[in-house]
Design a protein around this ligand. Structure first.
Ligand SMILES: [Zn+2]
Length: 258
């Protein structure tokens, strides 16, 4: 399974920056998880192949690129872009984004081949097939209704927390996965911004370390995602100070094969 965190900004040389301002992952150039930079950062192959977008939640840094992605494809789509999310997230998209004020209500529009988007409601704990992958949505603890996922194919499985604070159910569920190849878990703020992390339902390195005590996972590597760009260096320093061998920072743009 190829897994990539798409870039979302540029460095001073005009190259993809290591900073993660927006969140979108692409799996096997075919399925997107979150759509923060989806419309801006996909390559041509990804744009031509991605027809399934699975959302963790509706915060802007996770959906900002979705309207542009659909708009770019509008006239050429031969099948709809399927948006998989819990009902609360779909309701927000329809009420606050695809409402004709912010952007067209694509659910009412068709091209010559038919509808251009299709909503698929997912529910925590209920497995769904998305393209060639199996997704198990898992409840996490963020400021708004959100899900993490266990994503698997016939050979392997990975887990992704999405944005979250402390969790219980997520850990219980992923501890039962036997072939887990990687865990992606968020850590938005450095320890000195503990209060902000608490108020916004995100992790700090200290809290992440406590959470990882709930994770069995054997030698499964853990990759940290969602480091807020403004505090990236300080957060990484705090994470390195934890001295947890299997804990890594997920590199923006790099294709990981699990
Ligand atoms: Zn969020």
């Amino acid at each position: 399974m190829d897994f990539q965190l798409l870039p979302s900004s540029f460095d001073n040389n005009g190259c993809a920056s290591a900073r993660q301002h927006l969140t979108s992952f692409v799996i096997d150039d075919r399925v997107a998880v979150d759509a923060g930079s989806l419309g801006f950062a996909v390559n041509d192959i990804q744009r031509s192949r991605i027809r399934d977008v699975v959302l963790t939640h509706a915060h802007l840094d996770h959906i900002a690129g979705l309207p542009i992605f659909i708009d770019d494809l509008f006239s050429t789509l031969e099948e709809p872009v399927r948006i998989h999310a819990i009902k609360e997230v779909i309701d927000v998209l329809e009420r606050d984004v695809f409402n004709w004020s912010i952007y067209p209500r694509f659910s009412e529009l068709s091209n010559t081949h038919g509808p251009v988007i299709e909503y698929r409601v997912i529910k925590p704990g209920i497995d769904v097939r998305v393209a060639h992958l199996n997704f198990r949505p898992l409840k996490v603890s963020h400021k708004v209704p959100s899900t993490g996922f266990v994503i698997s194919n016939d050979a392997t499985a990975i887990a992704l927390s999405g944005d979250t604070a402390e969790m219980d159910e997520f850990w219980q569920q992923i501890n039962e996965i036997k072939n887990l190849a990687a865990l992606m878990v968020e850590c938005a703020f450095p320890n000195e911004l503990e209060q902000l992390a608490t108020a916004s339902c995100h992790m700090s390195p200290t809290r992440l370390a406590r959470e990882l005590e709930k994770f069995d996972g054997g030698g499964c590597p853990v990759y940290v995602i969602n480091l807020k760009p403004m505090y990236r260096e300080r957060t990484i320093a705090d994470i390195e100070a934890l001295s947890i061998d299997r804990l890594h920072i997920l590199n923006v743009g790099k294709i990981y094969t699990f």
